[in-house]
Ligand binder design. Structure first.
Ligand SMILES: [Zn+2]
Length: 495
């Protein structure tokens, strides 16, 4: 975290405090003593494809386990980053043509009301760039008590092939409802939808999601599908997901869905007729192979469903709980690799979270190394070696450029401090891959595997810190792995 960010946070807090002071006392949120600490979300979303809008009502049962008494709860309002005039945009200006193939198009998130127990609560949309919804609780919420809040929010979807939006008949619904900010170090962590990496940060929660569509849509989803029915030419889907840290959907009327049940998990592969559907069986088999391998090598996949959807996506792939998005425009061979990478994220990001904003290498590096491991352990040594060498080459090339420019790079920094996507990828993916390959070779296969299982046992469904990871490796290492990690992260490593 950099100094500027902290200064901004202080200023924002001052503004927010003033707003809360003005509106306090309107009404108090209902409170109940809590027994478990996961937030419950009940999201009701209604899609209108004429206007490309999504009406959402998000009922949140927030359980205060922060240790502090709260006067307000903050939510990330990611979707608002797509609005016209946003200062922080989810895309680089240099990628405008790639992100908006049919020209510039904006979205927006408009909060309509915030209520609790039928009473209106005061709120404001603020943060550094209208990226945060701050809800004043009316009455202080003590530790171990919960508050129920209902947020009505209308979304205008942008026409784009990014993570949220519609393009060519496919609708990507990700980060489409207000999501509780992680509370740590005495404050809510506000996420800006930066163009670099995955600027999303959340704790695991329980979700119930109802989606109404106005057409005959097939839907790739987080959680499990509980029911699906046709009504007035549209459909009503009900989903449920427990202990997952986000909830996302991908919709298309022209999806062909291939399904297989494997080891108690229902796997579904979604691709459009005429684009990918002809290879869907093969891709479903690749998905099954990856999910089973990681489940066996690391630890069992604890959910009942896993979906992969081929969609319009400027990035090659993107992970969500129980759901991976794969760009339909990738070459077939690259799709296989991206499926393995995104599937590895089900473990590293999904089941075991990390601070994506400041320690992106923890999940990206591990996902990249997991790709090599998967190919190496599945009789594809050449592909495994090629993958390692690709990242070795990329990392060395970046090191040379930095040396020529006289820069002093570090691996651990805030997403917003990477000067380019090139730097971000070289450092977190390529160098991250090499770090974990070094750890693997230092520990040996058996101890690496034991360490990963221990890491999982201690951090399942939580946000793991670097020290949690080091503790796990140190438990099975001969020496202190801190030195090895340090050399990679501070760029002193010779390789
Ligand atoms: Zn990744």
């Amino acid at each position: 975290m950099n100094r500027n960010k902290n200064e901004n946070k202080k200023r924002i807090t001052a503004i927010v405090s003033l707003a809360v002071f003005i509106f306090a006392g309107l009404s108090a949120a209902a409170v109940i003593f809590i027994t478990d600490t996961r937030t419950d979300y009940a999201v009701s979303a209604s899609l209108d494809t004429e206007s490309m809008t999504l009406q959402t009502v998000t009922a949140v049962n927030y359980k205060n386990d922060t240790g502090a008494t709260l006067n307000e709860i903050k939510f990330n309002l990611y979707a608002n980053a797509f609005r016209e005039g946003a200062a922080v945009k989810p895309y680089f200006e240099s990628d405008l043509k790639i992100s908006f193939p049919d020209g510039m198009n904006y979205g927006e998130a408009t909060v309509k009301s915030v209520r609790s127990g039928g009473n209106a609560l005061s709120y404001s949309v603020n943060g550094k760039d209208k990226n945060v919804l701050t809800v004043a609780l009316g009455k202080p919420l003590k530790n171990r008590l919960s508050a129920k809040i209902e947020i009505a929010c209308d979304l205008r979807l942008p026409k784009t092939n990014m993570r949220l939006g519609y393009y060519g008949g496919i609708i990507n619904l990700t980060n489409f409802f207000p999501s509780v900010c992680v509370f740590e170090n005495g404050a809510f962590t506000e996420c800006l939808y930066l163009p670099t990496g995955d600027p999303f940060y959340s704790e695991t929660a329980d979700f119930k999601v109802e989606l109404r569509t106005d057409g005959d849509y097939k839907v790739a989803h987080s959680g499990d599908l509980k029911s699906e029915k046709t009504e007035n030419g549209g459909k009503i889907f009900k989903f449920e997901g427990k202990k997952i840290r986000d909830f996302a959907l991908v919709l298309s009327e022209s999806f062909v869905v291939k399904t297989v049940k494997s080891g108690g998990v229902t796997l579904k592969y979604f691709a459009e007729a005429g684009s990918g559907a002809e290879n869907a069986e093969t891709k479903l088999a690749a998905t099954e192979s990856a999910l089973n391998f990681f489940g066996d090598y690391y630890f069992k996949y604890p959910y009942k469903t896993y979906c992969v959807a081929e969609t319009y996506l400027a990035a090659g792939g993107m992970e969500y709980p129980n759901l991976s998005l794969i760009s339909r425009d990738l070459k077939e061979a690259d799709k296989d690799t991206v499926i393995v990478h995104e599937t590895a994220h089900q473990w590293w990001y999904g089941i075991i979270g990390n601070d994506n904003l400041n320690y992106a290498w923890m999940d990206e590096g591990l996902a990249e190394f997991s790709v090599e491991l998967y190919f190496a352990k599945n009789g594809r040594t050449l592909k495994a070696n090629e993958y390692r060498h690709f990242n070795l080459r990329e990392s060395r090339r970046f090191d040379e450029i930095i040396r020529d420019l006289g820069g002093s790079p570090v691996m651990e920094k805030y997403l917003g401090d990477f000067v380019s996507n090139y730097e971000y990828v070289a450092v977190t993916y390529s160098r991250g891959h090499l770090l974990f390959a070094d750890v693997y070779e230092t520990l040996g296969d058996e101890n690496f595997r034991k360490a990963m299982r221990y890491y999982a046992k201690k951090n399942k469904y939580r946000i793991a810190r670097k020290n949690d990871m080091l503790d796990a490796f140190n438990k099975y290492a001969d020496g202190d792995m801190r030195t090895l990690f340090g050399e990679w992260t501070n760029f002193s490593k010779k390789y």
